[in-house]
Design a protein around this ligand. Structure first.
Ligand SMILES: Nc1ncnc2c1ncn2[C@@H]1O[C@H](COP(=O)(O)OP(=O)(O)OP(=O)(O)O)[C@@H](O)[C@H]1O
Length: 222
């Protein structure tokens, strides 16, 4: 299975970003999308997540259950949310309307909080956390979702070495479970970790991505 991006056209107002753009995001693998600042990495993730709509082209199949870790999440600081609230929110969208948030959901959220090393802080307010702690929490919120496609924008930003290892273990688990993982990154460790790299290059408008395997990554999928 794979997600095929075909003939994608999109512009932010008068700023064209994609024109007849093609890319492939395989399931069961981690794909890094790289490119200069403003090259369209976040835009591609948002298009895949359905947060914004393409002007032309399509992603096929349409991801039915995308999970998105956005680059900017500071708006959450304006809400009186604890770490636990924030992670649980990740699961709400997947609940059928007639099913309450039950014991199994609470357990899954708490287990994920523990996985990312935030158990000690689970009742802390998001606004009171360090940058790395809040990033770990946002990763937990994303990874706790039973998604088919995981979209992460610069996920290791602010993470220490242990945090990166936790992140990579979670991403690899999702890929090994047959999920598709797409992360926007500038980070050398993340690029080396990926099975496939989509390079958007430096310029703002592009029709073609060059796709390759990172030099040291095993196995490679191209
Ligand atoms: N909400 C917006 N309104 C108008 N233009 C936007 C908006 N978001 C992004 N852009 C423009 O679209 C282009 C692509 O932006 P995008 O955020 O996707 O790039 P990026 O590759 O993720 O960049 P970075 O590496 O800096 O995070 C840029 O030229 C940017 O200025």
């Amino acid at each position: 299975m794979e997600y095929a991006v075909r003939g994608l056209g999109f512009g932010h107002g008068r700023t064209p970003v994609f024109d007849d753009f093609d890319a492939t995001i395989p399931a069961g693998a981690v794909t890094a999308v790289i490119g200069g600042n403003g090259s369209g990495k976040s835009t591609l993730l948002n298009l895949c997540a359905g947060v914004i709509r393409a002007d032309a082209g399509a992603i096929s199949p349409v991801p039915s259950r995308p999970a998105l870790l956005a680059q900017r999440t500071e708006h959450i600081d304006g809400l009186p949310l604890t770490v636990r609230d924030c992670v649980r929110i990740g699961m709400y969208g997947q609940l059928p309307p007639w099913r309450p948030f039950g014991a199994a959901n609470r357990r899954a959220a708490d287990e994920m909080i523990e996985r990312v090393g935030m158990a000690k802080y689970r009742d802390a307010r998001m606004r009171d956390l360090s940058g790395g702690q809040r990033q770990r929490t946002m990763i937990a919120q994303t990874m706790v979702q039973p998604a088919d496609l995981y979209l992460l924008d610069e996920p290791s930003a602010a993470l220490d070495t242990a945090g990166r290892q936790l992140l990579f273990a979670l991403l690899r688990e999702k890929a090994d479970a047959g999920k598709a993982v797409l992360m926007a990154t500038h980070d050398g460790d993340e690029i080396a970790f990926a099975d496939q790299v989509i390079n958007l290059g430096r310029i703002a408008i592009r029709a073609e991505a060059s796709t390759r395997a990172p030099r040291d990554a095993e196995p490679s999928i191209v």
